[in-house]
Design a binder for this molecule. Structure first.
Ligand code: GLU
Length: 301
C-alpha cells in the first residue's frame, strides 16, 4: 500500500500504535508504559519573512531546516528502529518551531548529535538549531545562543529495580556511576566527588546497558531522561526521584543570531500560552506517569 497523504499516514500509524498498545490513552493501566501518540498536527506558517538572521537565510537557501536532536532518549528525542520515526517532547518542540518558521515535516532533516558534540554542531552550522535536553548555562552561552527555557528538569539517578541502597547522591560513595561525556550531570558528579568512580559514555543508552549488565550501579542525568528509560523497562529500572540540580532546557543556536533567538523565544511563548506546550507534554513525557511540571519562564537575554 502506498500512502501519499501525510495526514492519512499519521492517522494510520497512530491507529496501529494504539492498537498495539491495546488500551485507551490516559487510562491508569497505561501509566508507566511507553505509548507513542501520533504527533500533533501543526499549522505550517506561510510566507515567513525574517530579516537579519543569517541562520534563517541559510535555511531559506537550503529549502530545508536541519535540526540537531537526540535519538536514544524515549519521551524526549527518540528514533524508532522499525519506523525510523522521531518522537518525543523535544521533537514536538522542534517541529513546532520549524512549522512557525514555515517548514513542515517534509522539509525537516533531523541530525543526531550527542551531548559532547552540540557546541561544535551549532557553531559550525552543521545544524540550524538544536533541540535535545540541552541545559542553558553561562559556560555554554560563551559558544552558543539559547532560546527558552522551554522545560526545566533536574539531575537524578537511575538504578536497578531491586537496588534499595541508593537513595540520592550521598549514597554513591562506594558506587560506580555512568553519564554522558560533555553533559552537565557528568561534570557535576565529578566536581562534587559523590561517586567512587565515574564512567563516561557517548550516549545515555550506553550507560543504561551498562546498568543492566551490572558494570555500573547507577546512571545519572536529568530526571526527564531517566523516567523515559524507566518507563520503557519498568521491571528493570527505577528513578530514585530526588533531583539535585536544575537543568533548564534551551534551543541551541548560533551565538550571534539574536534575531532568530528572539523569534524562537516568541514562538515558545506562544506554545506556552495557547496550550500547545501542554499538549506536547501530555502526549510524550506525561505518558511516563508524572504530572506536568511548572511551565518555564522564557528568559530572553
Ligand atoms: N541537560 C543536561 C545537559 O545538557 C544533560 C542531558 C544531556 O546530556 O543532553 O548536559
Amino acid at each position: 500500500m502506498r500512502i501519499r497523504n501525510i495526514a492519512t499516514a499519521t492517522l494510520l500509524g497512530g491507529l496501529a500504535l494504539s492498537l498495539a498498545a491495546c488500551g485507551k490513552t490516559g487510562t491508569p493501566a497505561q501509566q508507566g508504559k511507553n505509548t507513542i501518540e501520533p504527533p500533533p498536527q501543526m499549522q505550517v506558517a506561510k510566507d515567513v519573512n525574517i530579516t537579519g538572521s543569517p541562520t534563517f537565510d541559510r535555511i531559506k537557501q537550503n529549502g530545508k531546516i536541519t535540526i540537531g536532536v537526540k535519538d536514544d532518549q524515549p519521551g524526549l528525542g527518540y528514533k524508532d528502529s522499525v519506523s525510523q520515526k522521531f518522537t518525543g517532547f523535544d521533537i514536538d518542540i522542534a517541529n513546532y518551531l520549524a512549522a512557525q518558521l514555515g517548514y513542515g515535516p517534509d522539509k525537516i532533516v533531523y541530525k543526531q548529535v550527542q551531548s559532547a558534540g552540540r557546541e561544535a554542531a551549532v557553531g559550525n552550522g552543521d545544524v540550524d538549531f538544536y533541540v535535545g535536553t540541552y541545559t542553558i548555562n553561562d559556560k555554554r552561552k560563551q559558544q552558543v545562543g539559547f532560546a527558552g527555557p522551554y522545560f526545566v528538569a533536574g539531575q537524578d539517578l537511575l538504578v536497578r529495580k531491586d537496588d534499595n541502597s541508593i537513595k540520592g547522591p550521598e549514597s554513591l560513595k562506594d558506587k560506580t556511576v555512568c553519564s554522558a561525556k560533555g553533559s552537565t550531570p557528568v561534570q557535576n558528579i565529578k566536581e562534587k566527588g559523590y561517586a567512587k568512580e565515574v564512567r563516561e559514555q557517548d550516549k545515555y543508552s550506553d550507560c543504561v546497558s551498562m546498568l543492566q549488565n551490572k558494570q555500573v550501579d547507577a546512571v545519572t542525568t536529568d530526571d526527564a531522561i531517566l523516567k523515559g528509560y524507566a518507563a520503557q523497562k519498568p521491571d528493570l529500572y527505577k528513578v530514585v526521584g530526588k533531583t539535585f540540580t536544575k537543568e533548564p532546557y534551551g534551543v541551541g543556536l548560533n551565538k550571534d543570531d539574536k534575531v532568530l533567538r528572539n523569534k524562537l523565544d516568541d514562538f515558545l511563548q506562544k506554545a506556552l500560552d495557547d496550550g500547545d506546550w501542554q499538549k506536547f507534554y501530555d502526549g510524550t513525557l506525561g505518558k511516563s506517569g508524572s504530572p506536568a511540571p511548572q511551565k518555564p519562564t522564557i528568559e530572553r537575554y
